[in-house]
Design a protein around this ligand. Structure first.
Ligand code: BTN
Length: 292
């Protein structure tokens, strides 16, 4: 091996180790919990899916605030059964367990889904980035997808036992999937921000926002914050799902997490649930609805 090749190899290895050790159980434990979220912590260097692990823990009685974090996911899941790969050192993948307690607001899984998106958008905006919530599952940064949310539930008979809010963020450029694997143009946090954002800072900041909003879920303030951060607000959009489609003007998201679409006759229609694909309808020659 030439000296140059050895020096390059050494730098790559140091960088990799630096990234690895800055994001480990010990570093997370120094910063967690954040207002009760993140305790207990289950950290994995490699796992199949943090949502699967969190669901398993929920069924075993894990408390509210339990957090599962992984550096790498080998079978991470996105919506509609799509894969969500998390490469080591490149992305942020975590699942937060929300367990409604006595006297807590009536947690709607969809409102927790948009809460996850809102918390991330707020934190990216605080850092000066143009982030927005693309209802129902995505976070956009500079018009491209930077993160996805997958909310899943555990039931005990008729009663909602737990909601798992799983969040996956493209942090470094290597975390962005290849173009052929994409359903929507994608980007990473570090490609857009002036300075790289440490994953641990982003994670703690998102938990901080979530903790702040949790007691105010469904409130007028929550609805206002959702509205201010909704992508395509006031624009004509097309919602597609298996077997149907709908076009209207995006008016915002209500306190339960449902999208509000103004129909051609003026009536505002609420759209709930998952499995939707949202696109802006933009005139030819105008800004693209699927930015490159
Ligand atoms: C989507 O955009 O389709 C949602 C992606 C959600 C991915 C996150 S990564 C952490 C958590 N664990 C999973 O297996 N999925 C979610």
């Amino acid at each position: 091996m030439t000296d140059l090749a050895w020096v390059i190899g050494w730098h790559i290895s140091c960088n990799f180790q630096y990234n690895q050790c800055m994001f480990g159980e010990a570093q997370l434990l120094e910063r967690l919990p954040v207002h009760g979220l993140g305790k207990p912590l289950f950290f994995y260097r490699t796992i199949g899916s943090t949502n699967d692990r969190a669901l398993e823990l929920a069924r075993g009685g894990a408390p509210h605030g339990t957090l599962v974090v992984a550096d790498e996911q080998t079978s991470g899941r996105g919506r509609a059964g799509r894969p969500w790969l998390t490469r080591p050192g490149a992305g942020l993948a975590f699942s937060l367990l929300i367990r409604p307690g006595d006297g807590d607001p009536d947690y709607q899984p969809l409102s927790l889904n948009v809460l996850g998106a809102l918390a991330l958008v707020e934190q990216l905006r605080t850092r000066g980035a143009a982030a927005s919530i693309k209802w129902p599952n995505d976070v956009l940064l500079a018009g491209r997808k930077v993160a996805g949310i997958l909310t899943e539930t555990a039931w005990l008979g008729e009663r909602l036992e737990c909601v798992i809010v799983g969040i996956g963020v493209n942090v470094r450029a290597e975390s962005v999937p290849r173009r052929t694997e994409l359903d929507y143009p994608a980007v990473s946090v570090n490609e857009i921000m002036e300075a790289p954002v440490p994953r641990i800072d982003l994670l703690c900041a998102v938990l901080e926002s979530m903790a702040g909003w949790l007691p105010r879920l469904g409130s007028a303030e929550f609805v206002r914050a959702l509205r201010e951060n909704t992508a395509f607000l006031g624009e004509r959009v097309r919602l597609e799902w298996e077997g149907g489609a709908l076009e209207g003007v995006m008016e915002g998201v209500n306190g339960q997490g449902a999208a509000q679409l103004r129909m051609p006759g003026g009536v505002v229609r609420l759209v709930e649930g998952g499995g939707y694909r949202l696109r802006a309808i933009r005139p030819p020659g105008g800004p693209s609805s699927t930015p490159r």
